[in-house]
Design a protein around this ligand. Structure first.
Ligand SMILES: Cc1cc2nc3c(=O)[nH]c(=O)nc-3n(C[C@H](O)[C@H](O)[C@H](O)COP(=O)(O)OP(=O)(O)OC[C@H]3O[C@@H](n4cnc5c(N)ncnc54)[C@H](O)[C@@H]3O)c2cc1C
Length: 234
């Protein structure tokens, strides 16, 4: 199952594999009593609620998801700041990304070009506000598209001169698509979704966070329900 979060036929997030479910959360929590459930009961759902409410987080680390992500480079840059239990700290090398040193960009279309441009927010220096008028939006799309095409053309020219891929990639604009595999615990993924779908987060990465919620829900429906109801940062 996969989503196209940016709705341009190029972006993608796919759940490649997963380990564990709501049942693993409660069974890990009950390890201290040497008890385990075979099927999830109402009592188990209440336990999940309790764990979330009281920030008993470790049972949520035994459930793991592996995603394949295709996103603009600048979205990847924001994403990469999430280090804990995302398996790209020193001990757990689990973030594996496409390298433009090995793989040349070969598609001049492989850039994210927003369909709708937002104004700079007046109250939040980091965020955007309402949408541009139709006329200004069209102009913005034209400028943005041209810049992506020019950057790709410059890149190809550098390669044709014999410049190495690792140096030539420097002229590709941050809208260029890249891809990576992200292996992450349930606790960490909830932390990510909480921050990146929260107020102030950029809507592009927010679209991926929303897709992640949908992708993991079938495995951990009770956890998602309890977490959404609790309104807590995890
Ligand atoms: C809206 C928004 C705007 C942002 N703007 C910027 C920006 O302008 N510039 C920028 O550089 N980053 C920015 N960030 C990234 C932000 O600072 C965090 O790096 C990112 O959100 C990851 O959050 P985290 O550290 O909580 O997650 P993780 O790295 O997954 O860490 C999870 C938790 O582990 C604990 N933890 C992690 N590392 C340590 C440590 N070394 N010591 C103690 N506890 C630790 C913390 O409790 C942390 O919350 C922004 C994030 C958001 C959501």
């Amino acid at each position: 199952m996969f989503f196209d979060p940016l709705n341009d036929g190029k972006s993608c997030i796919e759940l490649v594999s997963s380990m564990g479910s709501d049942l693993d959360v409660v069974n890990d929590a009950r390890a201290s009593f040497e008890k385990a459930s075979i099927e999830l009961t109402d009592k188990d759902s209440k336990l999940i609620n309790y764990l979330i409410k009281h920030h008993h987080t470790s049972p949520f680390r035994g459930v793991v998801f592996k995603f394949k992500v295709k996103a603009p480079l600048y979205v990847g840059r924001q994403w990469f700041k999430h280090i804990i239990a995302s398996n790209h700290n020193d001990e757990q090398l689990g973030w594996n990304e496409k390298s433009f040193r090995y793989v040349a960009a070969t598609d001049e279309e492989d850039f994210y070009i927003p369909k709708v441009f937002r104004e700079q927010s007046e109250s939040n220096r980091q965020a955007s506000g309402g949408e541009l008028s139709e006329d200004l939006n069209e102009q913005a799309i034209a400028i943005y598209t041209q810049q992506c095409q020019d950057s790709y053309a410059a890149y190809q020219k550098l390669l044709s001169l014999g410049v190495s891929r690792e140096q030539a990639r420097g002229v590709l604009v941050p809208s260029v698509y890249t891809s990576w595999v992200w292996t992450v615990s349930l606790q960490s993924v909830l932390h990510f979704v909480g921050l990146r779908s929260g107020e102030g987060a950029q809507s592009e990465i927010g679209a991926y966070a929303e897709a992640i919620s949908q992708l993991i829900k079938p495995m951990v429906p009770e956890t998602i329900k309890a977490w959404e109801a609790c309104d807590t940062q995890f």
